[in-house]
Ligand binder design. Structure first.
Ligand code: SME
Length: 157
């Protein structure tokens, strides 16, 4: 495992193509979920500097805050609540261009304007979600969905 990351400038595709193999390297040989989530949150934050990047983990029927980078956040989210709870309930990635227009959005930070939430599956059940928030509107698209789904799936390999 390398101890420092190479960070690039450029398009988001270029940034993902740069960080993806490095994340694979960070996870290689380590199967602790929390440790791997922590390194993914850090690596993504180092490369992209989004407003908030982190995980919520399913525990006793609700989402509980896991490893993250960014400002302090709400600790518990119920199934079907907010973007995270909806991604969990529906078992799919959700992209929100304007959080103010998402019914039930949970505003952990007033500075968050757009968001993507990607579920992590184990045996077809959602066991956690990756939540990324931006301080800019419409910041996330299908490119983010594709790469973040691949990155999250590495946690189960
Ligand atoms: N906005 C999220 C809550 C988590 S924070 O953004 C870190 C939601 O609506 O589920």
């Amino acid at each position: 495992m390398s101890e420092s990351l190479v960070i690039v400038q450029g398009t988001k595709e270029k940034k993902y193509q740069n960080i993806l193999p490095q994340i694979k390297g960070l996870l290689d040989g380590e199967n602790n979920l929390i440790a791997n989530m922590a390194n993914i949150a850090s690596a993504l934050n180092m490369q992209f500097h989004w407003w908030w990047t982190g995980f919520y983990i399913v525990e006793n029927g609700e989402l509980v805050l896991g490893p993250f980078q960014g400002p302090v956040a709400c600790t518990r989210i119920k199934k079907g609540r907010g973007v995270c709870g909806t991604a969990w309930a529906e078992g799919r990635t959700i992209i929100v261009d304007d959080v103010n227009k998402f019914p039930g959005h949970i505003a952990c930070s007033a500075d968050s304007k757009s968001e993507i939430v990607v579920p992590l599956f184990k045996n077809k059940e959602v066991i956690a979600v990756l939540d990324v928030d931006s301080e800019h509107y419409s910041h996330f698209d299908e490119t983010d969905k594709m790469f973040l789904e691949e990155i999250v799936s590495l946690l189960m390999k």
